[in-house]
Design a protein around this ligand. Structure first.
Ligand code: ZN
Length: 367
């Protein structure tokens, strides 16, 4: 199987386009035409993980955190990251990153963490909002067929696997050209009635300018009449999970429960020590900023990592309970991704060995 095929399979389930704009996902290092020997999943692509892949004979590493993220200035043996990149290239290894696209995937990192903790009735904490537009254009009946064809050719008025999605109603348009008008129909200073169509169709956010350009280009009138109406809908993906535990826990018991189920050495809690915890929201990695949304949605506790002193204090003053499970707890994605990849490939009657990195890449030691 080629890397390009694997990228396609991944993209069908966890589109790279759903990553944040500041992120760096996809094939970061490698060759789309390379043939995959086997895969190694990891959280961070450290040098030890690259060595592990070489040892296993796995020429494809799929990591959560982008190896190349900030402005990279040199790729040399003396630079820590440079040395890793050189080793990857020298050993013909392909590095794929699935980062924020895996975070917002409904079965992604947050669902993996939530499942380990035992959340039930899980819902997405912060569903993405998709912007789209409805366009309505008023055009003489005689021109409507050509007009629809031109718009359709350029990819407008498409819904999933359906092209040419227009709704049309017949009506009568009226106008009186005055002053220096150069009308396509009718005479200056006379009211003209024309059999017109009102065409309605949907476009995505990035097609807005194209739609206006095409209307101006293919509408016969000097001044085309049209409306572009902004609409939104909730996507079926987004950040975080919220759900219920099978029972209510006191704080001390829940801390033990989390440490045990995530197999992590320590957690930090801030909030009401007498709280009863049943509804829990979670964002793996660095999810601070969403604790107020979690509380508004009824969470007794918001779990994330990388919580800073002032964020913790703000939450405490606001009466919000926070639990810091350390950023490294996202390591659960290594196994989670192994099972996702195996399932996606099996659905396509494809089989590849997918290994899970055994390297602990947590930069911290806990005492
Ligand atoms: Zn992370």
């Amino acid at each position: 199987m080629k890397i390009s095929y694997l990228l396609q399979v991944i993209n069908n389930h966890v589109p790279f386009s759903t990553a944040e704009s500041w992120d760096n996902v996809g094939l970061i290092i490698g060759d789309e035409n390379a043939k995959i020997t086997s895969i190694l999943t990891g959280l961070d692509c450290t040098e030890a993980v690259v060595d592990e892949a070489i040892e296993l004979g796995a020429n494809t590493i799929i990591c959560h955190h982008p190896l190349i993220f900030k402005g990279l200035k040199q790729i040399n043996e003396q630079d820590g990251y440079g040395a890793i990149i050189r080793k990857i290239i020298q050993n013909n290894i392909n590095l794929i990153v699935m980062h924020t696209n895996l975070d917002v995937y409904p079965k992604g990192v947050n669902a993996m963490l939530a499942e380990k903790i035992g959340l039930q009735n899980m819902r997405i904490l912060n569903p993405e909002i998709i912007n789209y537009y409805k366009v309505q254009v008023f055009i003489p009946e005689a021109n409507s067929v050509d007009f629809k064809r031109e718009l359709s050719k350029r990819g407008l008025a498409q819904e999933g696997d359906y092209e040419y999605c227009f709704f049309q109603t017949q009506g009568t348009g009226q106008f009186k050209p005055v002053n220096g008008a150069n009308p396509y129909l009718g005479k200056v200073n006379e009211i003209e009635s024309v059999a017109e169509m009102k065409l309605e169709f949907m476009i995505s956010e990035h097609q807005q300018q194209l739609a206006i350009d095409l209307i101006n280009q293919y509408h016969p009138y000097e001044t085309p009449v049209y409306d572009v109406i902004h609409l939104t809908r909730e996507a079926n993906y987004g950040l975080g999970m919220i759900g219920q535990l099978s029972q209510s826990y006191n704080v001390a018991d829940f801390m033990q429960h989390v440490k045990q189920h995530l197999n992590i050495p320590s957690v930090r809690y801030t909030g009401d020590e007498q709280a009863q915890i049943k509804t829990v929201a979670i964002i793996g990695g660095s999810g601070i900023g969403f604790e107020y949304l979690a509380a508004n949605k009824g969470a007794d506790l918001f779990i994330t990592g990388d919580i800073k002193h002032h964020d913790a204090l703000d939450a405490k003053i606001a009466g919000i309970n926070l639990l810091d499970i350390n950023h490294y707890s996202e390591y659960v994605m290594k196994e989670g991704l192994q099972s996702l990849l195996t399932n996606w490939l099996n659905e396509q009657q494809q089989y590849l060995e997918v290994n899970v990195s055994q390297i602990n890449t947590d930069p911290f030691t806990y005492y």
